[in-house]
Write a protein of this length. Structure first.
Length: 224
């Protein structure tokens, strides 16, 4: 296998950062600016349009990569993770066949968190007023920690509520039907092994290193 040098890794990270910034920050902003000049939109409407465009791009991107076979495997392991955590939190028997009965949707999933971040950003960015394009980009970067913090607290509160939280977070949860797939039993075994390792790091090696689980973990690593 070819070893990746620190310089190559830094270059890959830099390209990824610029790609994400261009796709999810600059592109929605430029399109909303164009619509503002074309249709004469107000400041608030422009920010709402920008947020909606960012959400559409995000959902479209996730749906598009979900068409790739390798990513479908990743999404299936994602579903196995959720089923395993749901079974554990419900104090159910952690047997693969039993875990398979649980939902692949989970309230505290990072996918839901990202969608909430987009929605919260509409509110926060609308409050800072207009300005030049450079100011708008810079202010969004500086306010991102605040947006993330508010989104985290919202997800945390909603996940602990069986009343208002269930309904408020429902749109975000629906996105998980794109980012998860129904897993196979062997994929659930890998998720169970990972959970056992997290809960019992000292003894998990003895309890979970069956030949089947070991082979599945090795197969996952080779795909990375």
């Amino acid at each position: 296998e070819d070893n990746i040098t620190p310089l190559e890794m830094a270059g890959a990270i830099a390209v990824a950062i610029f790609a994400v910034a261009g796709l999810f920050v600059a592109l929605p902003m430029l399109v909303s600016e164009y619509l503002t000049s074309l249709l004469g939109l107000a400041h608030l409407t422009k920010n709402i349009a920008e947020g909606i465009l960012r959400g559409i791009i995000f959902v479209g991107y996730v749906a598009m990569i979900g068409l790739w076979k390798d990513i479908q495997q990743v999404f299936a392991y994602h579903g196995a993770e959720h089923k395993t955590i749901n079974a554990y939190e419900n104090e159910a028997e952690l047997a693969p066949e039993n875990v398979a009965k649980f939902s692949r949707i989970h309230r505290r999933c990072g996918t839901s968190f990202l969608l909430v971040v987009i929605l919260v950003s509409i509110i926060v960015f609308s409050a800072i007023g207009g300005g030049s394009l450079l100011w708008r980009i810079g202010s969004r970067v500086l306010l991102l920690p605040l947006v993330i913090g508010i989104s985290y607290e919202f997800i945390k509160g909603a996940s602990n509520s069986d009343t208002w939280g269930r309904y408020c977070i429902m749109p975000a949860l629906s996105l998980q039907y794109i980012t998860t797939r129904e897993p196979r039993i062997d994929q659930i075994e890998v998720a169970l092994a990972a959970l056992d390792l997290a809960l019992h790091p000292d003894t998990a090696a003895e309890n979970t290193q069956s030949e089947a689980v070991g082979n599945n973990i090795e197969a996952v690593v080779k795909q990375l």
